[in-house]
Design a protein around this ligand. Structure first.
Ligand code: DGL
Length: 282
């Protein structure tokens, strides 16, 4: 499939979590260039305050949009989306798709009507999550647990480091051992790092659980928005229709980090497996 525009999709996360969103986007839009931005200088987001996230994310995305001129931005991070989605949308003049906990699909699946939400500490305390639960899971008990350790484990796994199965069991236990947790049958992976650990989490689960994340829904939304953009830009292309990144004559997929450090080098093989070979720094 070819696309009439080479403007990229810009995905944004604190680290590698957004790769779990990139995968389904690639499946739907294989020809669309991608810029994957990881704010490793600000990592992790999940232990930060609302004020810190709200101050950091819109400004950083502003710089990234100016540099890469994307057709669309995906905030591939639940923490940043549940705190800063509205201010990012207000600050940017491109469509912005957020990542919010997949409580709606989880409620459609749950038989016990007890749903677990596993995210970062910052995400699970957000009023945004209260609203999703009230709107889409009013007849369910929603149990929440924040885990910073799982975020670290996902980063370590993608750096090629061995991780300890006991860690996954312990983090899942924080959810399943909470009040009503014994009746959870469906777990929302409400941090984009966590689908990268789906196999480890399933192996560590003391009983069969359904794990749900928002990746497919986001990919569907992105494809829909871009198909409208393409139809609208059949007329003369606007200034954002051509992707002409700094120092490159043609559109290539790239990963951009906010800080150069050794951990980035260790991520190269994992980034390569997602088609991201060009690495640069903001
Ligand atoms: N991947 C991010 C999320 O979806 C945040 C991870 C972190 O930096 O704590 O919430």
């Amino acid at each position: 499939m070819t696309t009439p525009t080479t403007a990229p999709i810009l995905l944004f996360d604190s680290g590698v979590g957004g790769l779990s969103v990139l995968a389904p986007i690639r499946t739907r839009l294989p020809a669309r260039p991608v810029v994957y931005a990881a704010d490793n200088a600000g990592f992790p987001y999940g232990t930060k305050t609302e004020a810190e996230i709200a101050a950091r994310v819109p400004a950083l995305l502003g710089r990234l949009v100016e540099r890469y001129r994307p057709a669309l931005v995906v905030i591939a991070c639940n923490t940043a989306s549940t705190i800063a989605l509205h201010s990012v949308r207000a600050a940017l003049d491109v469509p912005v798709v957020g990542t919010v906990p997949a409580i709606k699909p989880a409620a459609a699946l749950s038989v016990t009507r007890v749903i677990g939400v596993l995210g970062t500490a910052a995400t699970v305390r957000q009023p945004y999550v209260d609203r999703l639960a009230a709107e889409f899971a009013a007849d369910c008990t929603v149990v929440r647990h924040g885990s910073a350790r799982l975020v670290e484990l996902a980063e370590a796994k993608l750096r090629g480091e061995a991780t300890d199965p006991a860690d996954y069991a312990r983090e899942l236990g924080g959810l399943l051992d909470a009040p009503h947790g014994d009746r959870i049958d469906t777990v929302v992976l409400a941090c984009t790092h966590f689908p990268l650990l789906a196999a480890e989490l399933a192996a560590a689960a003391p009983r069969p659980l359904m794990f749900v994340d928002g990746g497919e829904g986001i990919a569907h939304r992105v494809a829909y928005l871009l198909s409208n953009t393409v139809a609208a830009s059949a007329a003369p292309a606007g200034p954002r229709a051509v992707f002409n990144p700094p120092g490159a004559g043609e559109a290539v997929d790239r990963a951009v980090f906010t800080r150069a450090d050794r951990a980035v080098d260790a991520l190269r093989p994992a980034l390569h497996s997602f088609g991201l070979d060009a690495i640069e720094f903001l």
